[in-house]
Write a protein that binds this ligand. Structure first.
Ligand SMILES: Cc1cc2nc3c(=O)[nH]c(=O)nc-3n(C[C@H](O)[C@H](O)[C@H](O)COP(=O)(O)OP(=O)(O)OC[C@H]3O[C@@H](n4cnc5c(N)ncnc54)[C@H](O)[C@@H]3O)c2cc1C
Length: 469
């Protein structure tokens, strides 16, 4: 047996150092795009055990790939195929350490599944305002390591903005306890922000303090249709003026997105007829249901009077609201059923989104007539999932193989021209490593490499991810 694996087995016991059997839930990613082969899957149960694992791996010069719920979409939590890297699963670190109602914070371990963390907050009558379609499986550690976004960023911010403190194990096996939960702390460099979004390349997040919010007393959800994407942007502007901080969700979907949901999930009722663009918007109110309704009605009336929306359907029950969200969240699945596609998770200044859609759409159509753009996403955050599907009748596997490079080039060039980002929320992982290399300035890449060298001098943390070797 490999000496490192032997030492790890002595430390954690054979049941927590897996080297054989079906390891595909750890070695194969959610999209089934990357399959790694790990030296061992190691499952510590506490921060102290994580620290001991890291000390042993450092001693044996063995690389470590941290993994939470394995729902990441860029291959960041998957080992390479050499059989020489340890896959460090944090899923056994599941303690909720403290709910502090007066401080509005939740302190919990990295392996807690997001849905369980939301429940822990709800049990104290509070809201953990982080919500993703993968919340039944993804973990807090993974959310922070990838700076997850989701559907409430518009009001509450992304994982970074919700995090007030971290506990991190360094590659050398030291524990940094930064679980202060302070809202103000100007005592030098804020290390927390280096680890958030670092995708496991700098250290292992073992616990965090998250910011909570009061539970809203009323929620209003509606779908509305627009003729043009520019109208959806105008509706967003109007909603921000009329509803201000009550606006918690603003999603946009093009006609093809909803057509695919109709085709593959005909049982899901869609309240409005097909339209070039459909918006899903939500208000959350701390005052009263009647206040929420009054604000919502004012917004929709003004939008209709200004010709921004054509039609609107307001959910009259929680069940209807859930169905509207279900429709939105089924787009990715409907797309998978339609066949492999080229995914983009891009950010742009909101004001540039209609121009981007026009420019990229025209370039793609002339590159390959019949190409299908499934454009949907968190318009309120300037974040689009701009996915590209093969023309009807073209084999999706061949399409992905032959067209991923040229299509990415067209889309990312258009993004870059308008000052956007090639990754709004999914991260870089192994998927976008070379793209990052090409598109960041040499100064920025140098600064990033200096940080990596300073915090992980032996380059043992998640090698080959984010920064190309
Ligand atoms: C259906 C679906 C919907 C999704 N929707 C969204 C969305 O709306 N918004 C969004 O942002 N993402 C979304 N995602 C992507 C994914 O769910 C999130 O990125 C999530 O935050 C990943 O959490 P995880 O625990 O599964 O992390 P993993 O997939 O296990 O890991 C992700 C990255 O974090 C690192 N990592 C994991 N745990 C730790 C740790 N404790 N310490 C250090 N590094 C660690 C890994 O090495 C890897 O690089 C979605 C995914 C799916 C499958």
């Amino acid at each position: 047996m490999n000496a490192c694996v032997q030492a790890l087995t002595q430390l954690l016991g054979a049941s927590n150092v897996l080297t054989e059997g079906d390891l595909s839930s750890y070695e194969l990613d959610w999209r089934k795009r990357w399959r790694g082969r790990a030296l061992a899957v190691v499952r510590p149960g506490s921060t102290e055990e994580v620290a001991a694992v890291m000390r042993l791996c450092a001693q044996h010069k063995t690389a470590v790939v941290p993994q939470g719920g394995n729902t990441g979409l860029v291959g960041g939590g998957i080992t390479d195929t050499s059989g020489s890297q340890i896959l460090l699963s944090l899923r056994r670190l599941t303690q909720v350490r403290q709910v502090d109602a007066a401080n509005l914070t939740l302190t919990l371990e990295a392996g807690c599944v997001l849905a369980q963390a939301q429940q822990a907050a709800a049990q104290a009558g509070l809201l953990l305002p982080l919500s993703l379609a993968s919340e039944g499986s993804c973990t807090i550690g993974g959310n922070l390591a990838s700076n997850a976004g989701g559907t409430q960023v518009l009001r509450y911010g992304n994982a970074r903005e919700l995090c007030l403190g971290l506990e991190v194990v360094t590659p050398a096996g030291d524990v940094w306890n930064g679980l202060s939960g302070l809202r103000k702390d100007n005592t030098g460099y804020d290390l927390r922000h280096l680890y958030i979004g670092s995708e496991g390349t700098l250290g292992v997040i073992t616990a965090a303090v998250l910011r909570l919010a009061p539970q809203p007393v009323a929620r209003m959800t509606a779908m509305a249709t627009c003729q043009r994407l520019a109208d959806a942007v105008r509706l967003l502007e109007l909603a921000q003026h009329v509803a201000s901080s009550l606006l918690t969700g603003f999603e946009v979907m093009n006609t093809l997105s909803l057509a695919l949901v109709r085709k593959h999930f005909p049982q899901l009722s869609q309240p409005l007829p097909p339209s070039p663009w459909t918006v899903l918007l939500e208000l959350s109110d701390g005052e009263s249901p009647s206040h929420a309704e009054a604000v919502f009605n004012t917004l929709l009336e003004r939008a209709q009077a200004q010709g921004v929306i054509q039609d609107a359907a307001v959910a009259s029950s929680m069940a209807q609201s859930n169905t509207m969200w279900h429709v939105r969240e089924s787009i990715s699945l409907a797309q998978s059923q339609e066949g492999l596609n080229i995914k983009h998770d891009i950010a742009l200044p909101i004001s540039c989104i209609p121009v981007f859609d026009e420019q990229a759409g025209a370039l793609l159509a002339s590159h390959m007539p019949g190409i299908r753009v499934v454009n949907f996403g968190h318009l309120g955050d300037g974040n689009l999932h701009y996915n590209v599907q093969a023309p009807l009748g073209v084999d999706p596997v061949r399409f992905l193989q032959e067209q991923e490079g040229p299509v990415n080039q067209i889309v990312y060039d258009a993004v870059q021209r308008l000052g956007g980002s090639i990754s709004a929320e999914h991260g870089i992982g192994q998927l976008k490593c070379s793209e990052l290399q090409q598109r960041k300035s040499p100064v920025e890449l140098d600064l990033m490499r200096s940080i990596k060298r300073a915090l992980d001098p032996a380059s043992l943390m998640n090698p080959g991810k984010v920064l190309a070797p």
